[in-house]
Design a protein around this ligand. Structure first.
Ligand SMILES: [Zn+2]
Ligand SMILES: [Zn+2]
Ligand SMILES: [Zn+2]
Ligand SMILES: [Zn+2]
Length: 167
């Protein structure tokens, strides 16, 4: 006995399926094409609240946090995926993050390996692309928590009267 598999009519899309934001998939927002790679993207830069550091604008995220756009702004020749200049511009961890984060239409294949960045104070792994951190002179990093603590200590020291002052 043959079983009948239900057949479904192919879903019809009212709008052009190629015109959707390549990052968030939105078809409803106003779309524009990126200067760097010509992909459709939400034209939402105007929604960005100044100094909010929010990462909710597709256009801004691609513009600020990808090799694709940096490569374009720096006017490097060729593809960003095999650009030596981009590779040298950033420390490896940031290079990998800029090339593989969710703001990319096309991600870096075979990203180079790197040693994780550790907090100089507590030893916790810091993800430079997504975590908060403080960079000290000399190239050491503190995680956000230790950085805050150090900052508060510094301020306390400055406010406190000098105990060992000679009379
Ligand atoms: Zn979008
Ligand atoms: Zn791009
Ligand atoms: Zn480049
Ligand atoms: Zn720490």
């Amino acid at each position: 006995m043959k079983r009948k598999t239900p057949t479904r009519a192919p879903a019809r899309r009212s709008s052009d399926p190629t015109r959707r934001c390549g990052l968030c998939g939105s078809t409803t927002k106003h779309l524009t094409r990126t200067d760097c790679c010509g992909n459709w993207i939400c034209d939402d830069e105007a929604n960005y609240v100044l100094f909010s550091f929010a990462r909710n604008s597709c256009h801004r995220n691609h513009d600020r946090y990808t090799l694709c756009s940096s490569h374009h702004h720096e006017r490097h020749p060729g593809r960003w995926q095999d650009c030596e200049k981009c590779r040298k511009n950033f420390q490896t961890e940031m290079y990998v993050w800029y090339g593989t984060n969710e703001y990319n239409f096309e991600k870096l294949e075979n990203p180079p390996k790197f040693e994780p960045t550790l907090c100089d104070t507590c030893g916790r792994v810091i993800h430079l692309g997504t975590d908060g951190w403080v960079r000290h002179p000399g190239g050491k990093y503190s995680c956000e928590r230790c950085g805050d603590k150090q900052m508060r200590q510094l301020m306390r020291q400055e406010r406190a009267p000098k105990e060992k002052s000679k009379r």
